[in-house]
Design a protein around this ligand. Structure first.
Ligand code: 5GP
Ligand code: ZN
Length: 114
C-alpha cells in the first residue's frame, strides 16, 4: 500500500468507488471519467506502479487481472468487442501510478489509439 496513491485509497475505502468485483488479489470499479459507455478499471490489491514494475512473482496475478477483465466484459454484454488497455509511463497517458487495466466497450473503437 502506498499512502498517497489514489487507488490504494480506494482499496482502503478512504475514497468511494463503484465497486463491480473483488477478490483476495484484484478489484474492479467504474472509471470516474468514462471514455466509453462501459469503462471499468481492474487493479491488483498489491501496489505496483505500472507494467514496467512487474516482476516474475506477479505473473499469476496479471493472468488473473486479465481474466477478471474478460469475465466482466461478458457480464456487461460486450460480446461484440471491447478493449483491454494498460498505459505505462506519462507519454503513454498513464496518470495513476498504481497498475490498472482499462476495460472499454459499448462503442466502436478506432485503431491506432491516439
Ligand atoms: P491512466 O490514465 O493512468 O491509464 O488511467 C487512470 C484512470 O483512472 C483514468 O481513466 C481516470 O479517469 C481514472 N481515475 C482517476 N482518479 C480516479 C478516482 O478517484 N476514481 C475512479 N473511479 N477513477 C479514477
Ligand atoms: Zn497504489
Amino acid at each position: 500500500m502506498s499512502q498517497d496513491c489514489i487507488f490504494c485509497k480506494i482499496l482502503r475505502g478512504d475514497i468511494p468507488a463503484s465497486l463491480l468485483y473483488e477478490d483476495s488479489d484484484v478489484i474492479a470499479f467504474k472509471d470516474i471519467s468514462p471514455e466509453a459507455p462501459t469503462h471499468i478499471l481492474v487493479i491488483p490489491r498489491k501496489h505496483i506502479s505500472g507494467p514496467a514494475a512487474l516482476t516474475e512473482e506477479d505473473k499469476d496475478l496479471m493472468g488473473k487481472l486479465v481474466k477478471v477483465g474478460v469475465d466482466l466484459a461478458k457480464e456487461f454484454g460486450l460480446s461484440d468487442g471491447y478493449r483491454l488497455v494498460m498505459n505505462d509511463g506519462k507519454r503513454a497517458g498513464q496518470t495513476v501510478f498504481h497498475l490498472h487495466m482499462h476495460l472499454l466497450g459499448g462503442r466502436t473503437m478506432t485503431w491506432p489509439p491516439g
